[in-house]
Write a new protein. Structure first.
Length: 346
């Protein structure tokens, strides 16, 4: 299906559904005081810029994979609302009910109905790492500390840790999120009167990550790190997708450690790599061209306009779609189309 966001937005508006937020990837519509409709687009963001390019099937994979983890593997309370016919036809997607009730053009393969938890989202990304790498690695190299956790010194990048660690970050509306110590997170949650809940959630999410890690490893995949969202003391938003996690094939991770390189990440890494090589029209403090949009400022309007003018090569787009589909099939053991038919009511 060729997803047209503008058409869907206008269609839903005419049917009385107000779009209350537009994120980097997802649009959220108000159903009633208890329920929201979340629609995943094919938009893609890298280095805090939303690109003027769509990745076919990406939104469908994010929707189906989140649904899979929340309904099949992770047994903890979450924001997903099941179909009213769940016990009859096994469909656990309440968006199918909306289509049955009259929203005939609703793209079920991109839609989930969730609890309305407005105002209850934690102001932190709940990040867990079973491998040392990513944004905390530079500080670790200097201090041996990641997210407030003292680790053994000298670990090679992407080494597996004895146990996952919690390394939260802030959530910034514009620009880069900021890594913080776990102690800072707990202190801020105590100020908000949520100390006991936050402690329980950190422990629960650690268990959820451990369960997912073990499940994926049995299928030849390593979830090197992942982030969760929490609202009202339950799991919210997407979980354990290529947009919220760093997936690598176990065999490639082993080879990467031996060769001293990064493993091949099964997410939007091809787009990151392409955008990190772009020669921009802007100059650095040495009057040299800035190379890579990762070195631009998402708060600078000229930088944003330049990034929006860029075109992603077709082979990069196709390669990214292929990675999303492969990781979905390896994790679920089925094709995206079969899962949509059997589980999402498509």
């Amino acid at each position: 299906m060729n997803f047209r966001e503008d058409y869907l937005s206008e269609y839903l508006r005419k049917n009385g559904l107000e779009r209350i937020s537009q994120g980097k990837v997802r649009d959220t519509y108000y159903l009633d005081e208890d329920r929201l409709l979340v629609v995943a687009s094919d938009r893609i963001s890298v280095f805090d810029f939303v690109l003027n390019t769509l990745i076919p099937k990406k939104g469908e994979v994010l929707t189906a994979l989140t649904h899979f983890w929340l309904t099949k593997i992770i047994p903890f309370e979450n924001h997903l609302i099941p179909s009213r016919w769940k016990e009859i036809d096994f469909t656990e997607n309440a968006a199918a009910d909306l289509k049955e009730d009259g929203l005939l053009q609703l793209p079920l393969e991109r839609c989930l109905v969730v609890r309305n938890l407005a105002g209850k989202m934690y102001p932190f990304e709940m990040i867990y790492r079973h491998h040392i790498g990513g944004s905390v690695f530079k500080k670790y190299q200097k201090t041996g500390i990641a997210g407030g956790h003292q680790l053994p010194l000298g670990l090679p990048k992407w080494s597996k840790l004895d146990a996952p660690i919690f390394t939260p970050s802030t959530k910034e509306d514009v620009g880069h999120d900021v890594n913080v110590d776990a102690n800072y997170f707990f202190a801020e949650m105590e100020k908000a009167g949520l100390s006991a809940e936050a402690t329980e959630m950190v422990s629960m999410l650690a268990r959820a990550y451990a369960m997912a890690y073990e499940y994926a490893e049995e299928r030849g995949i390593l979830i090197l790190d992942t982030k969760f969202e929490v609202a009202g003391g339950i799991i919210a938003d997407e979980i354990l997708t290529p947009d919220s996690s760093r997936f690598a094939l176990k065999i490639d991770w082993e080879q990467a450690l031996a060769e001293g390189r990064d493993p091949k990440f099964h997410d939007k890494q091809p787009v990151r790599d392409a955008m990190a090589k772009v020669v921009t029209p802007f100059l650095d403090d040495k009057d040299q061209p800035i190379i890579g949009i990762n070195n631009l400022n998402p708060e600078n309007e000229e930088h944003v306009a330049f990034v929006h003018s860029l075109e992603i090569p077709d082979d990069v787009i196709a390669g990214t779609t292929e990675r999303y589909l492969k990781i979905f099939e390896m994790i679920t053991g089925t094709s995206l189309e079969d899962y949509q038919l059997d589980e999402l009511g498509c």
